[in-house]
Design a protein around this ligand. Structure first.
Ligand code: NAP
Length: 358
């Protein structure tokens, strides 16, 4: 393991491999050993300051993510990694990073990381849920409203000189108030969307792996089997995490069960929806409209068939992108990293069993 000193000590210092340095921050003759970490994108200043206060951080400063080769090379001699959902942290990478003890993902989702492999290697993985829940729910509602009331088409029409007069039949949309909303995945964000929907006087159905009777009582939302939700909802919004079970959860069969007037909103992960089935459903009118913050792949290529459709809104994965929330996410990622390097349980650990917690 290579460690560096905080002050003007010799640049690097080799420590015996067999020694357990898990509590890190070891003081030797007034110097503090600083764990080496790699940060795959420049984060807000407060988070970088926090990371730099404890670690010897190497930071990728490019606007685009570092290449696979760069991450593999940089991970080789670090103890901690701060990464984003654009970085694939898999078994190959972990096998080439013998000192790695903490992976801190600056995102709520962690489908970019092989959690089973990390757990096997006793690498603790942190994420940043909760803090982005309300911001993501706000954006989900923004997409739903924009789709229902054709906000983007209206803007395009005005800019393109298409607005000639007030017209009784121009850009007619659908009412959100009083409509039925189907929430797929009633976790943190799903429940926050349900709360907003009740404020709009919507009837709310949900389908989720685990039934949440306390949310049913608190918000008056009703559990429905998946097919029933698909058939009865005017708006369907997806909030499941991406997994083997939720990959292409919404495909051809599911679109066939939806109302022709249905609006689909996805702020979860792109792979939850089969893109080509969505394209076909929107093209032939099996559903009316879709609004996506996430796609498969990301970014979606400019010549993708979906982008030829008018009854679709796509935003560039920005549901959590408020200044306050992104700063808080980065700070939590920094704290998760530092706690893990100290051998303590991070505020949000995906695999706490690595540190002896369940
Ligand atoms: P969460 O609290 O873990 O909620 C996920 C919900 O999905 C849980 O209730 C879970 O059930 C349910 N679920 C999982 N697999 C399912 C299945 N096969 N069938 C039905 N329900 C299933 O997560 P969250 O914080 O709400 O976030 C949800 C996802 O949103 C994240 O994983 C992330 O991918 C995405 N996200 C995107 C953005 C963005 O910028 N667009 C921002 C934040 C989050 P259990 O209760 O049984 O686990």
């Amino acid at each position: 393991m290579t460690v560096r000193f905080q002050q003007s000590a010799p640049a690097t210092f080799k420590l015996a491999q067999e020694k357990d340095w898990s509590s890190t921050r070891i003081a030797i003759r007034g110097f503090q050993l600083r764990p080496k970490v790699y940060v795959t994108r420049l984060l807000p200043e407060v988070a970088m300051e926090r990371i730099n206060s404890f670690c010897d951080a190497d930071v990728w400063r490019g606007e685009l993510p570092p290449s696979r080769e760069v991450i593999l090379r940089k991970a080789r001699d670090v103890e901690g990694l701060v990464c984003l959902l654009t970085d694939k942290i898999d078994a190959e990478l972990m096998s080439e990073a013998p000192n790695l003890r903490v992976i801190s993902n600056c995102a709520a989702g962690f489908d970019n990381i092989d959690i089973a492999e990390a757990t096997k290697r006793r690498i603790v993985v942190g994420n940043t849920p909760d803090v982005l829940t309300e911001t993501t729910a706000d954006f989900t509602f923004a997409l739903m409203m924009a789709a229902a009331r054709r906000v983007v088409e209206g803007d395009r029409s005005v800019r393109g000189g298409g607005w000639k007069t007030w017209g009784p039949m121009i850009l007619l949309g659908q009412d959100v108030h009083g409509a039925t909303l189907g929430i797929v995945g009633l976790g943190r964000i799903g429940a926050a969307v349900a709360r907003r929907a009740k404020g709009f006087g919507m009837r709310v159905l949900y389908y989720s792996r685990t039934r949440r009777t306390e949310v049913e009582t608190e918000l008056g939302v009703r559990y429905a089997e998946f097919d029933r939700l698909l058939g009865e909802s005017d708006f369907i919004t997806l909030h499941v995490n991406l997994s083997r079970e939720t990959f292409h959860l919404i495909g051809k069969k599911q679109f066939e069960k939806m109302k022709k007037t249905c609006v689909l909103v996805n702020t979860s992960r792109g792979q939850v929806v089969d893109n080509m089935a969505l394209y076909e459903a929107l093209r032939v009118g099996s559903i009316a409209f879709a609004a996506l913050d996430v796609t498969e792949p990301e970014p979606i290529p400019a010549d993708h068939p979906l982008l030829t459709l008018q009854n679709l809104i796509i935003t560039p994965h920005i549901a959590s992108a408020s200044m306050k929330t992104r700063t808080e996410m980065a700070l939590i990622a920094a704290e998760n990293l530092i706690a893990g390097l100290k051998g303590e349980l991070p505020l949000h650990a995906v695999n706490p069993e690595v540190l002896g917690h369940c």
